[in-house]
Design a protein around this ligand. Sequence first.
Ligand SMILES: Cc1cc2nc3c(=O)[nH]c(=O)nc-3n(C[C@H](O)[C@H](O)[C@H](O)COP(=O)(O)OP(=O)(O)OC[C@H]3O[C@@H](n4cnc5c(N)ncnc54)[C@H](O)[C@@H]3O)c2cc1C
Length: 387
Amino acid sequence: MIAADRLSAANFNVTVYDQMPTVGRKFLMAGRGGLNLTHSEPLEILLARYGHATAHLADYIKTFDPDAVKTWCHELGEPTFIGSSGRVFPRSMKASPLLRAMLKRLQSQGVALKMRYTWQGWNDTAQLLFASPEGTHVEYPDATLLALGGASWPKLGATGAWTKMLEGQGVAIAPLRPANCGVLIQWTAYFSGHFAGQPLKNIALTVADQQSRGEAMITTTGLEGGVVYAQSAAVREACRHNSSTEISLDLRPDRTHAQLVTALDKRRKGASIATALRQTLALPPVAINLLREATGLHLPQDNYAMASLVKNIPLTCQGVASLDRAISTAGGVPFSECDAHLMLKRVPGAFIAGEMLDWEAPTGGYLLQATLATGVAAAAGIARYLK
Ligand SMILES: Cc1cc2nc3c(=O)[nH]c(=O)nc-3n(C[C@H](O)[C@H](O)[C@H](O)COP(=O)(O)OP(=O)(O)OC[C@H]3O[C@@H](n4cnc5c(N)ncnc54)[C@H](O)[C@@H]3O)c2cc1C
């Protein structure tokens, strides 16, 4: 849509096709969490968030950087603010006003929107083929932008079905994998039955020397939440090589081991260890039962060993949750399959933007930042190609 905006503003005739009844469903879903548009940290740090794709995305993001995202949002009538974590949000904390303003602008610039049109690839004469409510529809545009998303939350429209269409043109695709997703842990029936849906607040999660801080949620199949999403790529990659991997939780990351021992030493005479954990460390029942779960119900009785366990609960992950519930998608069209303007080398005139491209990043506004920046870059590429 941002590409449609840029191109229509430059007087190109643009039609947007989407297989859903309305556009921007995932964008609206992102708005439920406040719509974290980008991040205010220094650009070099922001760029490093894209890992292996940093070198490929850097120029696009420098051209449409976080300040440009803020200006774009402001111009659509939504001033932004920086949250305490440095994340940038529209002041309304919603996606719908921004989407409405965007649609209004596209309409005023003559962009046609065709809903319930499912792109099915190219036919033998290189025309775009759609299944539509009116039947099969073909188009032969001067240029095409494919911005079909990854494959997470497929009910919002991005199903990843495009991989087959592009592979049919000889485009190599990096397998689509879940990113920013939950991890799988085999809980006992008792623990998942009693504690699924309960949060573990202000914890630290360590995977292979990398630590993240935040909140996790117990699920029937493992753990979800910000602190888990931040480490899910590491768990995913570790589980690709081995069938499982160890992670470690610290339930009291703001206190040292020695401070926990001192607190536990103050436990009342005769108090059970569970009562001591509640009274001296203020651990909620879900946390105390997680300690039990991790030790096969054999909680350590001495305070030194208990403090060690609170700071380092070992858990075995069997993998990551499926793409269906992941926030984003890793894998996709490798940058090596595109030229510098994001045009497919094997399909001249067809450009790629957004999550279809092979990059991933943590949550924090980096997903929309790269999606918008590649949309702007592809629009510039199309304008250049058509001229
Ligand atoms: C719950 C949730 C919360 C999120 N919160 C944030 C956040 O706060 N900040 C952030 O930066 N990111 C967030 N994201 C991620 C962000 O929404 C995505 O990175 C972004 O929407 C990707 O944009 P896209 O245009 O590449 O793909 P999408 O937004 O998925 O759009 C792809 C479109 O292509 C259409 N389509 C797919 N295949 C076809 C076809 N064959 N024919 C026709 N149409 C087709 C789909 O219907 C869809 O409308 C969140 C994601 C989720 C799931």
